[in-house]
Design a protein around this ligand. Sequence first.
Ligand code: ZN
Length: 278
Amino acid sequence: MSFSLANVNGRASLVEGGYFFDLSRLSDEAVSSDPMLAITQVDALHELADTLSDSDADGSLEEATLQAPVPRPRNSFGIGLNYKDHAKESKMELPKVPVVFSKYPSCISGPFTDIKLRAEQGDYEAELVVVIGHTTRDISIEESWSHVAGLMVGQDISDRELQLGAQPPQFGLGKSRDTYGPTGPILVSPDSFGDPDNLAITCDVNGERRQDDRTSSLIFDVSFLVSYLSAVLTLEPGDLIFTGTPAGVGMPDQRFLKPGDVVTTSIEGIGTIENLCR
Ligand code: ZN
C-alpha cells in the first residue's frame, strides 16, 4: 500500500487523514523513528501503511512541527535547465545530456524553515525532489521507479551571483548556502499517484503566481535521471535528486528575493511548503 512519511520533531512518522503515527511505536520498534534509518526500510513502510486504520494516531499534523523528511542525505543532486521554457529564459541551449550539480546536503532544510538570505541575488526554483529508496547501481529506465522511495516538494534556492559570477559557472556553491534547500512537507510514495510523471507544480511569491507547469514537461524525466545517475555512481536510500525548475524564476527580470518575502511551493498530490525570507 502507498505511504506518506513525515518528520515530526525529528521522528519519522507515517501520515494519514491529517494525523501522524510514530514509526517506532507503530512497528513495535521494528522500524526506527530516525528519519535516515526509516528511509532504508521502504518495504516495511508500505506494509505498515496498511495497519494505520487499526491504530491510534500520535497527534494531528496541524499541531505538529514538520521538519525535512530526509534531513541528512548522503548525496543531493540538482539538475539544471531541465524544462524547455526555463532553458529559454536562461538564454541557454537545451541540454543533450542532463546537467548535474551537487546541492551540498548541508543546505537541506524543512518545509516551513526560514530562508536566510545572505546576498542580493537570491532566487527561487520550485522543484520535484526524488528520494531514492534502495541501493541503486546500473539500473534500466524501466526499473527506475521501483528504486524511488517517494517524491517531495523542494526549493532549489539559488544565489545567482555566486552561481554565475565564476567562469565557467559554479553551480554547487551557488545552490548550497545554509537553508537554501527547503523540502517536504511529506514524502509520498510513487504508487500514491495516478501518474507520477505528470504533476502540477507551482510557485508563488507573496501570493503572486511566478511558476506554473507540470512535471510532464521535464526534458529528462525521473526514470531517465535515476537510471542515468546509477550508471555513474551508486545511489543509496535517502539520496535526493532536485529534478529542475520550470520557467518563471526571478533572474530574467532581476526580481530577486528580499527579506519578508514568502515563497509558497506546491506539487499536486504531495502538498505545499512555505518559506519566509529573512
Ligand atoms: Zn534548480
